[in-house]
Design a protein around this ligand. Structure first.
Ligand code: SF4
Length: 506
């Protein structure tokens, strides 16, 4: 898996982080740079910043981490009143420079830049339809199809927000998007609200920010105002903040894996920090699956809040038994097999004086492919642990995600292939238990509704058969995968007819 840290190959990966700012008079590129630094955990393959300077849109993007892509000189050259930034972990299209975002598109003499977190599942047919209209593409990404559709419809309607609204009637899947033109910032979200997008305000009326997580608002000194609503389109310009409903909201389905792993622990979701939610999940886990043990150890960093919650609920002491090597940077150098086998040691060391002679509850956030937990258990035993009881702070990941996460097929998921007992044997633990789906939902702050399809197989948004073909193992029947929805799977032709019928125009 190119571009991955050896030790992170057993995690689900979010596709992207998005940051947009409208703040005339401020250094918008620098604000965006720091916003992207806060969102770096959401994507490490490429980074980009586009700036609207009042007359055009300037862009700099490249492969690499935010701090590798941008120099002082780059930021100094990107001056304007609005800016848009993106960090990417690509799951759709090639992972090359052209796939890096923001994507640009020219609409007559107006240039737009678009950044996307999520995955669109029906862009194949739309790409062909646009190509037949002589619209060319520079990349193979779903995001470029959305960018070109917005351009196409803005040419017809002469208003970007109408271009966005019509595009939302065609695209299907998960999207939290932000867009700039030379003098305005837009933000919009799919009608199920699958991927997160929040709105913040800079103090002293300096302007507005949209971001994938509240940690990016904090980073630039912005105050959280509210979430961008499912199906909403926000426009921010010299005439202030305006909002319209691009599509009616559908079944609410915010991604519950944001709570499990993707979001930073200091981000706030539904009024509570993600840390506190993971702590509460650990408490539930201790009630559901207690263990006779001496200490609780969290796998750094993502297992630590759950370990603390487990310890508090079980009355066992939580100890630092594993140390993360903080200076193993992400690398684009592909590890060979020998290094892969050594992988966990590149990241983690076990503390023998903490673990020797102890019965250990080892808490981690999730097991996805099952490639590293066995190594961590071995590390604990080599450091003297006499028993290792693995407790996972989420349910079993049994189903692939089609909404912006990199589990393309079910055969890659250990829980789809082995029973809990089979996994326990595989990783060499004395016992193994996962949090239940009910326990996970009960530990999360109240929300309108979650997607938990990777745990349950109940998909909130229809997936075209071509997109999910070959993704499921024999004997697994996903639910609602082909549920029809009025706004889904329209072609450009069908939308033209529907609009013409309603409005008398194309
Ligand atoms: S399937 Fe899982 S990872 Fe994907 S959007 Fe739903 S909850 Fe999130």
């Amino acid at each position: 898996m190119k571009g991955e840290l050896v030790q992170d190959i057993d995690k689900l990966h979010d596709e992207c982080g998005v940051f947009g700012v409208w703040a005339p008079g401020s250094d918008v590129a620098r604000l965006t740079y720091f916003g992207l630094r806060a969102l770096q955990h959401r994507g490490q393959e490429s980074a980009g910043i586009a700036v609207g300077d009042g007359s055009t849109v300037l862009i700099r993007k490249d492969l690499g981490l935010v701090e590798q892509v941008f120099s002082e000189a780059d930021l100094a050259a990107l001056q304007g009143k609005t800016a848009l930034g993106h960090v990417r972990y690509g799951t759709s299209g090639a992972k090359d420079w052209e796939g890096a975002q923001p994507h640009l598109s020219a609409i007559d003499d107006v240039i737009i830049a678009l950044a996307h977190n999520g995955t669109l599942v029906n862009t194949e047919g739309l790409r062909d339809e646009l190509a037949r209209r002589n619209i060319g593409f520079r990349s193979t990404t779903d995001t470029e199809v959305a960018t070109k559709l917005i351009g196409y419809y803005t040419q017809k309607t002469h208003r970007i927000r109408d271009g966005i609204a019509r595009t939302m009637r065609l695209i299907q899947g998960a999207y939290a998007m932000a867009l700039i033109r030379e003098n305005a910032l837009y933000a919009f979200r799919d009608p199920n609200g699958i991927r997160p997008l929040v709105l913040g305000e800079l103090g002293r009326d300096r302007g507005w920010v949209v971001a994938s997580e509240t940690c990016a608002l904090e980073m630039v000194g912005a105050r959280y105002v509210r979430d961008v609503a499912p199906g909403e389109i926000i426009r921010i310009s010299d005439s202030g903040l305006k909002t319209m409903q691009g599509l009616p909201p559908a079944v609410p389905a915010s991604c519950i894996f944001e709570q499990v792993y993707f979001s930073r622990p200091d981000s706030v979701v539904n009024g509570r920090s993600v840390f506190s939610t993971r702590f509460a999940m650990g408490g539930r886990l201790a009630q559901e699956a207690p263990a006779s043990a001496d200490i609780v150890v969290g796998v750094p960093d993502s297992g630590l809040p759950g370990a603390e919650g487990f310890a508090q609920a079980s009355g066992l002491p939580v100890k630092t038994g594993l140390i993360k090597n903080r200076y193993v940077a992400r690398t684009f150098i592909q590890p060979d097999q020998e290094l892969r086998e050594l992988g966990v040691k590149l990241k983690l060391s076990a503390l023998a004086d903490v673990l020797t002679g102890r019965r250990v509850v080892l808490v981690d956030d999730s097991i996805v492919r099952g490639t590293t937990m066995g190594q961590i258990v071995r590390l604990c035993r080599e450091a003297g642990a006499v028993e290792v009881h693995v407790r996972i702070n989420s349910p079993e990941v049994t189903w692939p995600c089609f909404y912006g996460i990199d589990t393309a097929t079910q055969d890659q998921l250990i829980s789809a292939n082995l029973s809990v007992e089979g996994i326990r044997e595989e990783i060499g633990a004395d016992s193994l238990a996962f949090l239940s789906v009910g326990g996970l939902l009960a530990a999360c702050p109240r929300s309108a509704g979650h997607c938990a399809a990777c745990f349950t197989g109940e998909y909130p948004v229809e997936i075209p058969p071509t997109f999910s073909e070959g993704s499921f193992l024999e004997g697994f029947e996903p639910k609602h995968l082909s549920r029809r929805s009025a706004s889904l799977q329209m072609s450009i032709e069908e939308l033209a007819r529907a609009v013409a019928k309603k409005e008398g125009v194309l």
